[in-house]
Design a protein around this ligand. Structure first.
Ligand SMILES: CC(C)(COP(=O)(O)OP(=O)(O)OC[C@H]1O[C@@H](n2cnc3c(N)ncnc32)[C@H](O)[C@@H]1OP(=O)(O)O)[C@@H](O)C(=O)NCCC(=O)NCCS
Length: 403
């Protein structure tokens, strides 16, 4: 095997995504290029070639991602795959090496991803950074805990007219939700509002609904109806692809609209964060049947730049010793304080792997939780509380789509 790992050229686009598409049981078609070319620069696609043939690849979407108190340039890792003919020969490791070095050189402080399998990325310094989950609620058990008077108006939009208002709402929402990347126009057009037949899973066409409050765009929903009935009694469901409001009032409004769509027996939604408003809005939250699993995985590629891109709550500094086998430039002793992170000559009070910092970075896990699981070694009493006071985030991480 003569293996070469390098970035792709534009003409290699389809060949490069072949390995991951193999696992979806399909060959990439030109439609795939249409969907991905506007948002995935070829020089962000790394591929492994065996005798000139692509046998593995991994790519990166260049994102601007929300972190507590700000935004950071982030590498959204995607489309990772190695053909079964070449598995377990270190090709994923080689791709991750090339990719992370490239991300580092480009000055993107953080990388993050959704993992196909949760055992894969810890070895490369990624830490589990959030849980997210699915809900399915019978409509007749979906009342809010108290009467709700809907405000504003909801109307349906064609794809082209949805782009502007949805983009505006999502930008405002992203600022409040760590982990959410700001969607560009191209992303809306070629990804989120695309409605290919194969993605419908038996449901109807994608519906785009806009809630306006006082005449301005305040919330949107993307959903599809899966109609079915038995002996005339409906047993289909509304599948909420995504519902986002730019204020608590707007979020309540769009969800009441979705839960009240007639003729459907149930309402389903996926990838909701643990702190979603619905849990406290419903009179019977148990009926949501919330079913959660690991969501985002975060890798601090440039620890100092990443930690300085977010804000902290007031508090006392804490000195931590970080191990980072895959990116040794992050290793050493750091002081974390209300102003951010800097190298320190102080005595370490906590000892941890960079993956644990990735878990805490967006605010999804506390240092206390990580220490209780043995992922942080406590060298001085009180240090965990100080770290947690600094890193506390107002919202739980949320990314409403798998990229
Ligand atoms: C997962 C996948 C990319 C691994 O590629 P690979 O080239 O076989 O991986 P490597 O040989 O480089 O293995 C790197 C390390 O990961 C481990 N590993 C690889 N796949 C693993 C899996 N599915 N579960 C647990 N560990 C795994 C290897 O044992 C090796 O461990 P080491 O660091 O201790 O030596 C490949 O099996 C694949 O394409 N799977 C299907 C698609 C997929 O899941 N893609 C990921 C999308 S997020």
């Amino acid at each position: 095997m003569t293996l070469e790992i390098r970035t792709a050229g534009p003409e290699e686009f389809l060949a490069v995504v072949t390995p991951i598409m193999h696992y979806f049981g399909r060959k990439p078609t030109p439609e795939f290029t249409e969907r991905f070319a506007p948002i995935l620069p070829p020089d962000r696609m790394h591929a492994a070639f065996d005798d000139g043939n692509v046998v593995g690849s991994g790519s990166v979407f260049p994102f601007e991602t929300s972190v507590p108190g700000g935004f950071v340039r982030a590498a959204g890792v995607t489309l990772v795959g190695v053909l079964p003919t070449h598995r377990r020969r270190g090709i994923l490791r080689g791709l991750m090496r090339a990719q992370i070095d490239d991300v580092h050189e480009r000055g993107e402080p953080m990388a993050y991803l959704w993992a196909s399998e949760d055992a894969l990325y810890g070895r490369f310094g990624y830490g589990i950074a959030s849980f997210s989950g699915n809900v399915e609620v019978p409509r007749e058990r979906s009342a809010f805990y108290r009467d709700f008077e809907p405000a504003g108006t909801v109307r349906f939009l064609e794809r082209e007219e949805a782009v502007e208002p949805f983009m505006e709402i999502q930008r405002r929402a992203a600022a409040r939700h760590p982990g959410m990347f700001v969607r560009t126009r191209e992303w809306w057009e070629s990804r989120r509002l695309a409605d290919p037949e194969w993605a419908r899973e038996g449901g109807g066409e994608q519906v785009r609904a806009l809630l306006e409050l006082d005449g301005r765009p305040a919330a949107y929903a993307l959903y599809r109806l899966h109609f079915s009935a038995e002996r005339g009694i409906p047993n289909g469901f509304t599948n909420v692809i995504e519902a986002v409001g730019d204020s608590p009032e707007a979020t309540r409004g769009i969800w009441r609209f979705l839960l009240d769509i007639d003729w459907m027996a149930r309402v389903r939604a996926a990838l909701l964060p643990r702190d979603h408003e619905l849990f406290l809005l419903l009179r019977e939250p148990r009926r949501l049947m919330f079913d959660q699993r690991d969501g985002l995985w975060v890798r601090l590629v440039d620890l100092e730049a990443a930690l300085n891109a977010r804000t902290y709550k007031p508090g006392e500094p804490v000195v931590v010793e970080v191990a980072d086998e895959f990116c040794p430039w992050n290793e050493g002793v750091w002081e974390l304080g209300p102003e951010g992170a800097s190298r320190s000559t102080g005595e370490p009070e906590l000892r941890l792997d960079v993956s644990a910092l990735g878990s805490a970075y967006l605010g999804g896990f506390t240092f206390g939780e990580l220490a209780r699981a043995g992922r942080i070694e406590v060298l001085r009493e009180g240090a965990l509380d100080r770290a947690d006071a600094l890193f506390r985030s107002d919202r739980y991480p949320w990314c409403p789509e798998i990229f």
